[in-house]
Design a protein around this ligand. Structure first.
Ligand code: HGY
Ligand code: MN
Ligand code: MN
Length: 414
């Protein structure tokens, strides 16, 4: 197979150029970085940008029943059996970086440019997909779009998910052109996918430490999200003596430190509380309730479960000592994923020097993995930081990533 360097160079867009086209969409002046929750104005603008980019490349663009956008480069006759799919997401965490999601989408568009300069039509149907709500930042369930498509979440549970303003996913989906009655597993679409390859910015330090521009993914750490609600006695900050308090904020704070200590005592465990909401949340008010969200990850799903159980037990002990109560509720759970080894080997033809790395970050590729052969390519992030404005990719690595993705997809067409 001819490598990208030996083939006529196509007049293509660049990944850096495409990323800069959307660099002012969804900027967050308070947190820094980008805040692009699904179906927000910012994310809808990015959807329109993607549709425009795909349309001008002659791809046929469709939105599926779950809100994912598919841009198809069809074979003659239009049969989509055994299709090759690449792509990622455009939604972000609050205050996220510029590359988590968009790098995979922009690289896929440039890979299409490169392939279109090499071959007039694909020998295998090729699609670029943009999955909605990968971050779960609005409705609380990570990879909601790909979970719906694969049936990994019950449609009723999905329809009733609520965003922080209390809007249900059903209402928001309906307001954005979906019919919530039909969200759920899409047998036909799933049956058409022969392989899914997602390119993504690396969200750790692996490639920095190995001094390599790209890696092939081996696995994704199992991870889940739980909501803890700590109930106490709301009261006046000035008239309530310290001895008379049942303060859920104090309980929650002790719990957060206990969570850190429990995770520290388990090798490879990660536990995070990044979001905490006191109710009512007044400066001169002792809270009546504090909700906080727990993110726990470990390579062994049984250990993840044991960690959550021990955290729950410790939280109950702390609550009792503080005269409070505590409830824990699972919101999202993703088992550890091991990617398709045959597909990994196929990618190695285009990435012979690339290390094989696991990741602690979840992805739609992980959700699809039990249903279709999936693989991931990581591109170096010199900051080693992600879910932060500090995340970045140097131009050269970004363009090499897209060219390599094009090579890999071309190889998979053979
Ligand atoms: O949370 C994650 O690991 C991913 O970024 N959604
Ligand atoms: Mn991502
Ligand atoms: Mn992310």
């Amino acid at each position: 197979m001819l490598r990208n360097t030996e083939l006529p160079q196509a007049p293509t867009a660049t990944v850096t150029g495409l990323i800069s086209e959307i660099s002012s969409t969804g900027t967050d002046n308070i947190r820094g970085g980008y805040t692009r929750p699904v179906y927000s104005t910012a994310e809808l603008d990015l959807r329109n940008w993607f549709i425009e980019q795909a349309t001008k490349r002659g791809l046929s663009v469709e939105t599926d029943r779950n809100g994912a956008i598919w841009a198809w480069w069809d074979v003659a006759g239009g049969d989509r059996t055994n299709s090759l799919v690449t792509g990622s997401h455009l939604d972000s965490v609050p205050g996220g970086g510029a590359f988590d999601g968009p790098l995979g989408v922009a690289s896929a568009l440039v890979a299409i440019d490169i392939l279109k300069a090499r071959i007039p039509t694909p020998t295998r149907p090729l699609a670029v997909v943009v999955f909605p709500e990968e971050e779960g930042s609005r409705f609380g369930v990570a990879c909601l779009g790909s979970r719906l498509m694969t049936g990994a979440i019950d449609p009723d549970k999905a329809r009733n998910l609520r965003d922080p303003d209390g809007s249900t996913f059903a209402d928001v989906a309906r307001a954005n052109g979906l019919d919530p009655r039909f969200v759920g597993r899409d047998e036909e679409l799933l049956g058409q996918i022969g392989a899914f390859v997602e390119l993504h910015v690396e969200q750790g330090r692996g490639l920095i430490d190995l001094d390599q521009p790209m890696a092939i993914a081996s696995s994704i750490l199992g991870h889940g999200r739980w909501r803890l609600s700590v109930r106490g006695q709301g009261n006046h900050a000035g008239t309530t003596l310290m001895a008379d308090r049942h303060d859920p904020m104090v309980s929650a704070s002790r719990m957060v430190v206990a969570i850190r200590d429990i995770a520290r005592s388990h090798p490879h465990a990660r536990a995070t509380v990044g979001r905490l909401q006191p109710v009512p949340g007044g400066t001169n008010v002792i809270a009546s309730r504090v909700d906080f969200w727990l993110d726990v990850r470990h390579p062994d799903d049984a250990v993840t479960a044991a960690l959550v159980e021990s955290i729950h037990g410790q939280a109950q002990r702390i609550a009792a000592e503080e005269g409070c109560g505590v409830d824990l509720r699972e919101e999202s759970l993703s088992p550890t994923v091991h990617f398709d080894t045959a597909l990994q080997k196929a990618l190695q033809l285009s990435l012979p020097e690339a290390p094989i790395l696991d990741t602690g970050a979840g992805h739609d590729a992980g959700v699809l993995s039990p249903f279709v052969p999936t693989a991931m390519i990581f591109v170096r992030n010199p900051s080693g930081v992600s879910h932060s404005p500090e995340e970045y990719v140097v131009d050269e690595d970004a363009e090499t990533g897209a060219a390599t993705l094009a090579d890999a997809l071309h190889g998979l067409m053979a």
